[in-house]
Design a protein around this ligand. Sequence first.
Ligand SMILES: NC(=O)c1ccc[n+]([C@@H]2O[C@H](COP(=O)([O-])OP(=O)(O)OC[C@H]3O[C@@H](n4cnc5c(N)ncnc54)[C@H](O)[C@@H]3O)[C@@H](O)[C@H]2O)c1
Length: 326
Amino acid sequence: MALEIGDFVSEKVVLITGGAGFIGSALTDRLLGKGYRVVVVDNFATGRRDNLVERPELEIIEGSITDSNMMADLFSRVNPDVVVHAAASYKDPEAWVEDAETNVVGTSVVVNESRKCDVERFIYFQTALCYGLHPEEQPIPIDHELRPRESSYAISKTAGENYIALSGLDWVSFRLANGYGPRNITGPLPTFFQRLSNDSSVFVMDTRRDFIFIEDLIDVVERAVDGEGESGPYHVSSGSDVSIQDLLEATLKAMGIELDEPIEVRPRGEDDAFTILLDPGKTHQQFPGWEAKTPLEDGVARAVGYYREFGIEETFTHLHMPDETS
Ligand SMILES: NC(=O)c1ccc[n+]([C@@H]2O[C@H](COP(=O)([O-])OP(=O)(O)OC[C@H]3O[C@@H](n4cnc5c(N)ncnc54)[C@H](O)[C@@H]3O)[C@@H](O)[C@H]2O)c1
């Protein structure tokens, strides 16, 4: 029988660790839409089961990346072409052992199995806190010194990134601004939504952050899965920061709420960063045409639509601070 255009479905197999989470599930949706086969491994520590819709091209394995026997069996059976390592532990700033187990030991398990399978590419997501809370320059250049000293999350994520760089694999580490959008459960936006939904008071800190909408983020990750961009670290950011007050105002607008009082703006603590702004120049150069396109108001409205439909089970923060940085 003659094949039709629609029969040319890609056989590429992508293994996504943490695929039930915010970023992993958005990428799963995107890659399944392209006809790829996707295998997700997730222990549902922070991921939600309803982030993934069962489909024949999607296999979901419930388990921890720290389980080296399970991971060895999984890799030898699935033989992935590309590995996207999105699993991470961060939900309790005091859970240093858990962070080290998942982010350091678990990452080395995933890296070692990827080497054995000779995967074409290994993709990672790194926190902007790898530069510390007081970087030397803003926007932060991609070659800024790494000094992740303020949190267990940043320390362990940076150790993981170092193992990846050591591996000899073709690797891409996306160092991210604050991701937001549907399924996001960290950072200020879900907290604002919850407090406003409960008629609780809201305030903002006098700080600014760089926000990246999930679909814009996935656009560049998808291109990296397809082999674009040379091996190394990249910033995924909008390239400009907004005040946390602007974010709250966009949330109020999306929820149709008018406050009786002006928004309370609290001075930031001594240890808080005024801004965390990542320079996306190298990403623009290596992924021509890519840029963050979604206006803040549109992205916030999409996130609010999701929270209304699916609710927020829990929100998490990995810093002991009133204002969170992802
Ligand atoms: N969201 C952001 O703005 C942001 C910023 C910087 C870096 N990152 C990184 O991006 C990646 C994805 O983050 P996210 O925002 O989607 O968070 P998320 O919590 O939604 O996703 C992480 C997923 O990893 C799973 N997981 C945790 N420990 C695991 C383990 N031991 N074994 C298997 N699965 C495990 C969780 O259940 C969850 O589904 C993480 O590596 C995170 O460090 C995210």
